[in-house]
Structures are given as structure tokens and as C-alpha cells.
Design a protein around this ligand. Sequence first.
Ligand code: FAD
Length: 400
Amino acid sequence: MSAAGVVIVGGGLAGQRCAETLRRRGFGGRIAMVCGEPVPPYDRPPLSKGLLAGSVDVNSVWLRPSEWYADNHVELLLGVRGIRLDPARHVLVVSGGRRVRYDRILIATGSRPRELPFLGGYSNVHTVRTIFDVQRLRPQLAAGARLAIVGAGFIGQEIAATAVGLGVSATVIEAQPAPLAAILGERVGAWFAELHRSQGVRVLAPAMLDGARGRSRVEELVLADGRTIKCDVVVVGVGVALEMDWLGGTGLPTADGIPTRPDGHTALPDVYAAGDVAAVFEPRLGLHRRTEHWDAAARGGAAAARAMLGATGIQAPPLPSFWSDQYGLRVSYVGHAEAADEHRVEGDPDERSFTVVYERDRRPVAALAVGQPRRLAELRREIELGNAHLIRQEEKEKAA
Ligand SMILES: Cc1cc2nc3c(=O)[nH]c(=O)nc-3n(C[C@H](O)[C@H](O)[C@H](O)COP(=O)(O)OP(=O)(O)OC[C@H]3O[C@@H](n4cnc5c(N)ncnc54)[C@H](O)[C@@H]3O)c2cc1C
């Protein structure tokens, strides 16, 4: 490589793991990280858990202490965004117009929360993606406050659990019949709904949000069936949009993920992608697939670094997996539940210690464990060894 070295766009987990892996593997050239946020890379899972609860200090969320960057000669461009990529000239244009040359570049710009247009402009409507979001939201969650959460995905659920711990009265509004029903099935979704209800959360599912009333602040949300929910604070957790609009004109797509090989290499020479924004080729499935989880971002960033240094034989991304913490319970998941044709429950959901095994033709393709980490590890091995060809068949049927 020349003096231009490696440029990483996006100072999140994928970008950080790329930089670390390059140095660990002996890369001595220049590494520059273009970080859209004005702070060094930090970990997002604590945001909806300990940081919002106040049990974790902001200083414990940094992925590395600040001196790590100087010690490892990793240049941080804080509060600077990549705005245009010129792959033919190997140049990234950043906010302010500066041109940054690269030999290899990693796109790791992640995602931002989707917003609901009719809730725009209200001062008490929040999303949770950054430490700044948490700093704005936290003071609103005083004991007795009425919080409405739109969307019962894992982030919405974690915020409900954290808020209840702060003495806040929480209502969750979910369009599906039960939280996460589309991914995990209605039976498991119903278990999550019950978990929250048992802690005092009002779970409205299925419930369609139709509008909001109030002047500068939302005072009540209105559902399609006419019900109203009075609130002091609103959190919207309805999924994410990818940060890839700035890639226009490169030949790479600007929505729905950047297709990459398992090693993160895109269709453009010397351009790699990792993390939420990457749609990684899954040889087991024969298609590209995006994963919005911590494990995939960490491994994807590291894989791209190895490939930049010439490693070959990076075969397959890991199985999708995630965890969530709610009311002191650890929920873990691995695999492709969407490929299952049935699921069975091992253990006792009432005791909050059980595993749901998702099967296709009686072989496990995914598992969700509540309080049973060892069983999940066993199933992960079985799923990895198992029936990828059945999943591939399912995906082809869906695509047809
Ligand atoms: C509140 C919360 C809780 C979560 N909890 C869990 C969990 O419990 N388990 C789990 O598996 N996953 C969890 N996740 C998901 C996980 O954190 C993400 O999948 C992971 O952070 C993705 O990493 P990334 O590096 O791809 O992107 P990000 O972490 O989003 O980092 C991308 C960075 O790039 C910056 N950027 C964007 N555009 C530009 C640009 N043009 N130029 C420069 N910089 C740019 C962004 O500002 C951001 O700082 C959680 C996410 C959130 C938000």
C-alpha cells in the first residue's frame, strides 16, 4: 500500500474492529477513521440498557480508551462525514470538501433510526441510536412520567424495561399481534408481551398508530381504532434506515445494503463494507443477507481488515445472533427463524428458563434461549453443521 493507507468511513463497531485487526496483524501504514459523530467509537447495546438506566457511566461505553488511538497511530476525524466516494481515483470527499486519498477503504456507516413523519417537529419525541439521544431522553424519564413507545422490537422492549425500572409508566404500541411475532412467531411474541405486562407495562398489540395531538409536544397519541394514549414522552423504535445515501454515483446501491463477499469486499476494487450497511454473501444460503447486530458488525469489520491485508479463504459470515437484556433476563438468539416450518419449546416459559427451537424438516435452523445459554451454544453447533440446504431451498421459494 502507498502512504494513503486505509480509510474507514464510520466510527462505529465495524470500523473500530477493522482498525484494531489491521494493527494486530502488523499493518504499519496509515489508518484514518472518518467518524460522523463528534466522539470516538463507542458501544451501542448499553444505550438502551445500563446507560439509559443510569447504572452504567458514559465513560464505560467507549470501545477503546482515548489514548489507544494515539498509541496505535489511528487518526480520528471526529464530527466529519464522508459525503462522496470517487472509486476510480481512490478519493473520499469529506464534509468541508477535503479530499482524502486511500489505498483501501471500508464503508461502515451503519444506520439511523427510521422516523415517523407525523411525529416530526415535536420536542418530546425521541429515538435511541447515539449517546446524545440517551442524554436527551434520560432526564425526561423521571419517576411517574408517562412514556409511550412506538414499536416493540428489541430496542423498544429494552427501553420499556429500563423505564419501568426508573418508575416510569410505559405503554408499548405494536402493529403486529405480538412483539417480534413476524420473526419469532406469535407464541414467543405473546410470551414477551406477558413478560412486560407482568412488570406493569401496558402492551397494545396489535395497535396501529394513526396520529398525535398537542402543540409543540405530543400530549396524546391516537390509534386507528380511536383509542388515545396520554403521554409526556414518546420513543419511536420502528427500525432503521441505512446510511448509504452518500454513495450515489459510485455504482454501489444507495439503499437496502451494499452487497459484499464474505470477506467484505464490494464489487468495486479496494472498497469494502461491514456492519449494518453490508449485505454479506452467505454461501450456505446462496444469497446476500444483512444483519443489524453487534456480532455481525464486529466480525465483519475484522474480516474486512484481514482481506485488505491479503488473507484469502474467508468463507462464510457467522450465523446471525443477538442478545437482549430485560428485567434481569438474558435473551439470546442464533440462526434463521424465518426459514422454520415449526418450533417447539424446551423448558418452562412460566419459570423464565426455556429455549425455543425453530426447525425445518425436524432439524434446528434457529434457537432463542431465555436463561439457558449452554443449551443455545449446543444448538448453535447443530445449526452450523446442519441443514443449510433446506434454508437455501426456502429462500429460493420466497424469491420466486
Ligand atoms: C440502542 C441500541 C441497542 C442495541 N443493542 C444490541 C444488542 O443488545 N445486541 C445486538 O446484537 N445488537 C444490538 N444493537 C445493534 C448493534 O449495536 C449494531 O448492529 C452495531 O452497532 C452496528 O455497528 P456499525 O459499525 O455497522 O454501525 P454503527 O454502530 O451505527 O456506526 C456507524 C457510525 O458511522 C457514522 N456515520 C454515518 N454516516 C456517516 C458518514 N457519511 N460519514 C462518516 N460517518 C458516518 C454514524 O454516525 C455512526 O457513528 C443495538 C443498537 C442500538 C442502537
